[in-house]
Design a protein around this ligand. Sequence first.
Ligand SMILES: [Zn+2]
Length: 322
Amino acid sequence: MNQLLVFICDGAPVRGEIVSIGSAWQAILEHRTEPLAVRKLLGDFVSAAALLSASLKFDGTLIIQAQSKGLVSLLVVECTANLTLRATVKLAPDCGEINETATLSELLDADHTGRLVITLDAAERKPGQAPYQGIVALQQDDFSGLPKPVNSVAEAIMLYMRNSEQLDTRIWLASGEKNLGGLLLQRLPNSSGHSHLDTDLAIEGWQRIQLLGETITAEELLTLDPETTLRRLFLEESATAGVRSFPVRPIQFACRCSRQKVADVLRMLGEPEVDGLLAERGEVETICDFCGKTYTFDPVDCRQVFKTDLLSDATRPASKGH
Ligand SMILES: [Zn+2]
């Protein structure tokens, strides 16, 4: 069950997505030891990243990043356009024991400083062109001027879609130890030349589909495959107005780390710094935050890293370093 299903309603201006993630989620959890509340939070963000990645049509990588002075200091989920996921989370060093019932605000919004940054990093970005970024605060000002907490990942993503993408979106997420599930409903923007009557119909349709969405339970999201969830959701709707679904798309876990990328980092650190590490520990070891893979560079490997740097630098005269 690592699937994403996109559907559109013929009788209402609504596009929807259902996501169900099993083994890809278990692969993300395999190297993680964070407490339950944190894993649940991470799970919601993983589903949200898959839903967003499929709803914001672009080719590249969608990155959801949350930084806070709360119990969770950093959370990152990446999802590529072909639905390959990876995720990581870092706790504050002094976070202590984290209660199972810790809220999103407690985890990610201490002192009302919590922010989500959503980056769309296009695959074919021109040199010097910055990736597109949208920011969501994890609290809203209510009318009394006091910050009102955002209570769930779904709520945060809905805020993002409204503020940054101007899209009315409803999201339901469920996060378990083995499975994740999510439903997204999005009101499609008007096509041109809609009459007032059409608009009323459109509003009514959007409201009707949202009511159907509200009948889906967390249990269903966690246990059913997307096609079954869709049938349950539109049991009556499909008889009167059509619901068209697109072929189910697979979701998978994969890390993008490599020995080459670690070598690049060592090059950025510079030879004196790396020599210092070698003198201290005999070798340089790094562990990938996303997948837990260990990369070890002994003194010979490190020499090779800086030697390749000389050779690969095209601006350098060929004679130098030989
Ligand atoms: Zn990795």
